[in-house]
Design a protein. Structure first.
Length: 221
């Protein structure tokens, strides 16, 4: 499998931490690249941000139109079938991106996975299954995909991985209850979730960025 193309941003020479950030449905790696100046503190060590572009694929909820997507979405209804094959393909692609960071001198314990919406779902699914300890997982306006397989497939190395979760109270796409239910499923398995809600729709809130900046800073030690 070839590596996904990506937008990259290094905050200084010789990065010692990496943040792999996955965009939402229909966007691309440029979508969150502009967030770096607002998110990064000058006191932090050198970081490499990697914003990959998801593959282009037909998406059922878009009437089959092809767009960048980490997996197909058949319906937003609770309990709808999920594209498990597409989800697993994207998990494999994220694993390949992390392996490249290892090759560039950044070990797993200095890698954070982050994502918005579909991207957050993949960051969570990949991170909890990753065989080596990660620095953290950032989940923005997302949910836990293929939850029925997590108990059997989760990695012992990341049972205590720090998880930041931000969700909008007015989200019409990934409704708040879906996020709440996903958090509950994780807590049932023993994970600790740093949970935040914001008065917003399916979006990112300025206070969310401020909270995330503090949270990331605590991981860079």
């Amino acid at each position: 499998m070839s590596l996904l193309p990506a937008v990259e941003n290094e905050t200084a020479a010789n990065p010692v931490y990496s943040i792999i950030w996955l965009h939402g449905l229909g966007a691309d790696g440029h979508d969150f690249a502009s967030i770096v100046p607002d998110l990064v503190s000058p006191e932090w060590p050198a970081l490499r941000f990697v914003f990959p572009h998801a593959p282009v694929r037909p998406v059922t909820i878009n009437r089959g139109m092809a767009t960048r997507a980490w997996y197909d979405i058949y319906s937003f209804e609770p309990g709808a079938p999920q594209d498990e094959a597409g989800t697993r393909e994207s998990i494999t692609q994220v694993e390949a991106l992390m392996a490249r960071e290892h090759e560039r001198g950044v070990p797993s314990e200095r890698i954070l996975l982050a994502g918005f919406s579909q991207g957050g779902a993949i960051a969570l699914a990949a991170g909890l299954r990753h065989p080596q300890k990660l620095a953290g997982i950032v989940v923005l306006s997302a949910y836990l995909p293929i939850a029925h397989t997590l108990a059997a497939e989760r990695s012992a190395a990341n049972t205590a991985v720090p998880i930041f979760w931000g969700h909008g109270t007015f989200d019409p796409v990934v409704v708040l209850q879906r996020g709440v239910d996903s958090r509950a499923a994780l807590e049932t398995l023993g994970y600790t979730v740093d949970w935040h809600t914001y008065p917003m729709p399916h979006a990112v809130h300025p206070q969310e960025i401020a909270d995330l900046r503090r949270w990331i800073g605590e991981r860079l030690r």
